[in-house]
Write a protein that binds this ligand. Structure first.
Ligand SMILES: CC(C)(COP(=O)(O)OP(=O)(O)OC[C@H]1O[C@@H](n2cnc3c(N)ncnc32)[C@H](O)[C@@H]1OP(=O)(O)O)[C@@H](O)C(=O)NCCC(=O)NCCS
Length: 181
């Protein structure tokens, strides 16, 4: 397992003791609006999320807690498909920290690490088409918009409706061209 440091953040594996911090930001319905999470979000959902993050194999789905000033304020995971040489990144952070460039900073470090660690050819990311903040993060990371998957999945936050998902990706050579090795 790995720990990464950026200018402002510590990115480390989740610990069972993170459940209180996770619940504190995840019980905010605005945080979960575009995410496949239960609504309302209960404390046991936080415990389950943290336990899953701890138990899931690091080789297949490394999940980092985003830590700021000693508290876990978000998470960033990368689901690896070794046979294809691809991975899908996912991220979130507490609402009080939105708009400070923290997720972009965290994702930059995790993607840099993952391209090397797993010898990836491509990293993708997916967001609800309406989640413009998330699309903006992907663009700032140098990802290109591949297209939109229409009516891709049922919305948890708005039962009876379905989500259109936008897909972004960056290839290994494109990533290398923008970040020195
Ligand atoms: C999406 C999310 C991860 C972004 O994290 P963040 O740390 O706020 O991201 P950043 O600060 O790096 O960038 C956000 C960008 O969105 C822009 N933005 C802010 N409000 C916006 C709005 N209403 N519409 C569009 N863009 C907006 C910001 O200006 C910033 O771009 P800029 O740096 O060019 O100015 C965060 O909002 C979040 O955790 N949301 C809840 C969970 C979630 O939706 N996760 C993504 C699932 S795919």
């Amino acid at each position: 397992m790995t720990t990464l440091r950026t200018d402002r953040l510590l990115l480390r594996p989740f610990q069972l003791t993170d459940a209180d911090d996770v619940y504190a930001y995840a019980c905010d319905s605005e945080w979960g609006r575009y995410l496949p999470v239960p609504s309302p979000y209960e404390y046991r959902d936080a415990v389950e999320f943290v336990a899953r993050s701890v138990l899931t194999s690091w080789d297949v789905n490394p999940a980092f807690a985003i830590c700021l000033n000693g508290r876990c304020v978000g998470g960033i995971n990368i689901r690896v498909d070794a046979s294809r040489g691809t991975a899908e990144i996912g991220y979130s952070i507490a609402r009080e920290h939105w708009g400070r460039g923290l997720v972009s900073e965290a994702a930059m470090a995790v993607m840099d690490w993952a391209f090397n660690e797993f010898g990836l050819a491509k990293i993708t990311a997916m967001a609800d088409l309406a989640n413009t903040r998330s699309s903006r993060v992907m663009e700032k990371l140098g990802m290109r918009r591949d297209g939109v998957l229409r009516s891709e999945r049922p919305s948890d936050a708005d039962p009876g409706t379905r989500q259109d998902m936008v897909v972004y990706s960056v290839l290994r050579d494109e990533w290398r061209a923008r970040t020195p090795a």
